[in-house]
Write a protein that binds this ligand. Structure first.
Ligand code: SAM
Ligand code: FES
Length: 350
């Protein structure tokens, strides 16, 4: 296994069957070796700096019905909310004071917001805070819509591919959604010049090591700027309520694998990782992550953006969350920086 890890570090890639072997067959000792290598690579590119993004969950209405997600259309128990432009701008105002220079606008696929609305949100944020980056994470849209958002000031886009295996994709989603479409959206976003983020859940129902090997191969092919992964966590009002949560250890190992694949990549220690384990985000950083995304949404709506059970940080004010994370990062020798933290392309030797 150590040999495979060395090859991964050198080539920033492995064959799918090698990825599957690595995922399946690592001992704890191998994993610690992997962690050490990933940490070194991260240090080389980013030192002990961690970038921070202010997350604004602006709507939990969604037209989709993904079987894993707590805000899926069919969940009649979800208490729905939408933030207005004024609400969003006041989150940004507070976030700006706290030092955030990237705002991530995430939401369900809510058709109430037209392209004009999203353009207006982007333009207004950019007008007020020209030194800030805007990341959108609002699902699958047409090429033309993505183009309009970009022209209105959006810089980055997060759209996890969720799984790169066709059969697995069908088991996680209703027929209205397709992996082909999802991937096409990611290619479109890249073509339009966004810094693109993709990712997947670790341990979603029916996932196999082969599925993960395909996820990694797809990530290699796409060459995203950002990769977000977190464990699958069940939500009590979804068809997957009785499935076990994903593995914490495997999520950490995958963070290291992805760090070795994309040394200069932006890899968050996700909220799901912090939910599955009280020290999840700190550990994520120690295994190679370099981004944290504290919540800036108004506390009154926090609990309602419930993708899975027991989500953390739902009762904390933005400032509490920001300083809590600062302390947490310090506890593992890292420092939060307030720079925009754009992806910086790097040419690797052949
Ligand atoms: N609607 C946008 C989209 O589809 O990209 C953004 C919001 S979506 C709720 C954000 C991410 O939450 C998804 O990409 C998915 O990976 C993650 N997620 C949803 N349900 C989850 C669960 N039960 N456990 C862990 N992650 C989950
Ligand atoms: Fe949100 Fe600790 S990061 S309260």
């Amino acid at each position: 296994m150590k040999e495979l890890i060395d090859i991964l570090k050198r080539d920033r890639n492995l064959l799918p069957k090698e990825f599957a072997a690595l995922i399946n067959g690592m001992t704890n000792e191998d994993a610690l070796y992997l962690k050490e290598q990933a940490y070194k690579v991260k240090e080389q590119f980013f030192g002990n700096k961690v970038f921070t993004r202010g997350l604004i969950e602006f709507t939990n209405y969604c037209k989709n019905d993904c079987y894993y997600c707590g805000i899926r259309r069919s969940n009649v128990n979800a208490v729905r909310y939408r933030l207005t432009l004024e609400d969003i701008l006041s989150c940004c105002e507070e976030g700006y004071k706290l030092g955030f220079r990237t705002f991530v606008l995430q939401g369900g696929e809510d058709l109430r917001y037209t392209d004009e609305d999203i353009e207006e949100i982007c333009c207004s944020i950019k007008n007020k805070y020209p030194d800030c980056a805007i990341t959108l994470s609002i699902g699958e849209k047409s090429y033309d819509s993505y183009k309009r958002y970009k022209e209105a000031g959006a810089d980055r886009y997060l759209l996890r591919h969720e799984t790169a295996d066709e059969e697995h994709y069908r088991l996680l989603h209703p027929d209205s959604l397709s992996l082909k479409e999802r991937k096409q959206c990611l290619w479109n976003l890249k073509e339009l010049g966004y810094q693109v983020g993709t990712g997947f859940m670790v341990g979603s129902p029916y996932q196999t090591p082969q599925c993960i090997a395909k996820d990694l191969a797809f990530i290699k092919e796409l060459e995203p700027a950002m990769v977000g992964i977190g464990p699958f966590l069940p939500h009590h009002d979804t068809p997957f309520k009785d499935y076990p949560k994903g593995s914490y250890e495997l999520t950490l190992r995958l963070i290291s694998i992805i760090r070795l694949m994309i040394p200069n990549g932006l890899i968050p220690a996700t909220t799901a990782l912090g939910t599955i384990h009280p020290k999840g985000r700190e550990e994520g950083i120690s295994w190679g992550a370099n981004v944290v995304m504290p919540n800036l949404s108004p506390v009154r709506v926090r609990k309602q953006y419930e993708l899975y059970d027991n989500k953390i940080c739902t009762g904390d004010e933005a400032a509490e969350c920001r300083f809590c994370l600062e302390r947490r990062m310090l506890s593992v020798g890292h420092e939060i920086v307030t720079a925009r933290g754009d992806f910086i392309p790097y040419t690797f030797e052949a």
